[in-house]
Design a protein around this ligand. Structure first.
Ligand SMILES: NC(=O)c1ccc[n+]([C@@H]2O[C@H](COP(=O)([O-])OP(=O)(O)OC[C@H]3O[C@@H](n4cnc5c(N)ncnc54)[C@H](OP(=O)(O)O)[C@@H]3O)[C@@H](O)[C@H]2O)c1
Length: 309
């Protein structure tokens, strides 16, 4: 599929964001400055069908504004990045209660409040957030309680797309779908989504409350949805697929090599098997296939200070 890059200076980055005809990919346009956004004309970005939704083909994920791949962003800078993205035509913004926790939703809420009617905001529930706790909790009463906090932080009276962040093995998906169905009836939620479900779970949920979007990891180094039936069931049921980490959590940009050391205090990737030196070395051919025109590592942008080594 070919297309005019939205941000011509980011053309190689645009490749992964436009790889699937079904999807609107989530990425953080961190290189997008207020100046470049000002130069871009609003509405220039192509719109894509995402199940019943219409969204810009590149969405903005607000996870890393709250940390995860390094220290959190400065709050005002985060707000400026989101507003710059909107200026450049992005209409699809993704966050979650657990990002921060809470701070990502707060930044999204503040940034987008003046433009609330022009954007689609997605957020996620499904964790018991106590201190640093990350236990799953999708009990219906929990969902109906935490939605109030998300609405407040997002400074809105409705969530356009409300995902279960991770399937809760202790709660039947039918009960989760039923709870979201109730929230939809109350007008607090518009669309139901699931993140990282199996094909079977999608079918079961969809039978109770139609699912509008699935958000699973999907990129050149994570192609599970092609084999596990998720992509097929999305196509069959008319559900949109939102690929998270379309740039392989940064690996596919070519800036990380086997010598890169991530700071385990601030960067969750430091603990991921795929970010250990042997795996980084083994996967390097994927990057070389994707970016044959990349200059040598020496000539690439210097790694930011948040990286060790
Ligand atoms: N549902 C889930 O479970 C789940 C899980 C993870 C993420 N997500 C969602 O997906 C969103 C995106 O996640 P992500 O892992 O892709 O994080 P990201 O921070 O958007 O991207 C990861 C890395 O890709 C590079 N990158 C991102 N945008 C770029 C751009 N415009 N140009 C060039 N390089 C770019 C950066 O690498 P460098 O640092 O090397 O420049 C960045 O560190 C999250 O914000 C969140 O909303 C959902």
């Amino acid at each position: 599929m070919t297309q005019t890059p939205v941000f011509p200076q980011f053309s190689r980055r645009g490749l992964l964001a436009t790889g699937s005809a079904l999807s609107a990919a989530l990425m953080l346009p961190k290189a997008l400055s207020a100046q470049t956004a000002g130069a871009a004309s609003r509405g220039a970005m192509k719109v894509r069908k995402l199940g019943p939704l219409s969204v810009s083909e590149t969405g903005v994920g607000a996870m890393t504004l709250a940390g995860v791949y390094g220290p959190p962003a400065d709050r005002n800078q985060g707000i400026a990045v989101l507003r710059s993205a909107r200026e450049a035509g992005v209409t699809f913004f993704d966050t979650a209660e657990v990002y921060g926790p809470y701070t990502s939703e707060e930044i999204v809420g503040e940034a987008l409040k003046p433009f609330r009617d022009e954007v689609v905001i997605a957020t996620k529930f499904g964790f018991q957030i106590d201190g640093d706790g990350r236990d799953r909790n999708s009990r219906p009463e929990h969902i109906k309680s935490v939605v109030e906090g998300s609405l407040k932080r997002l400074r809105t009276d409705h969530i356009d797309l409300y995902y279960q962040h991770r399937v809760d093995p202790n709660v039947p998906i039918e009960d989760v779908a039923g709870a979201v169905k109730d929230l939809i009836a109350e007008g607090k939620v518009i669309h139901f989504g699931l993140s990282e479900p199996s094909a079977r779970t999608i079918r079961r949920a969809h039978a109770v409350q139609p699912v509008s979007a699935i958000q699973n990891e999907y990129s050149f180094w994570t192609r599970d949805v092609e084999k596990n039936g998720v992509l097929a069931v999305c196509e069959e049921l008319g559900i949109g697929l939102v690929p998270w980490s379309p740039l392989g959590q940064g690996y596919l940009t070519g800036r990380i090599d086997p010598n890169t050391r991530l700071d385990p205090k601030t960067d969750m990737r430091a603990t991921f098997p795929r970010f250990q030196p042997d795996a980084l070395r083994a996967n390097r051919p994927v990057v070389d296939i994707l970016w044959p025109a990349l200059p040598t590592r020496r000539a690439r942008r210097p790694v930011r200070s948040r990286w060790l080594g």
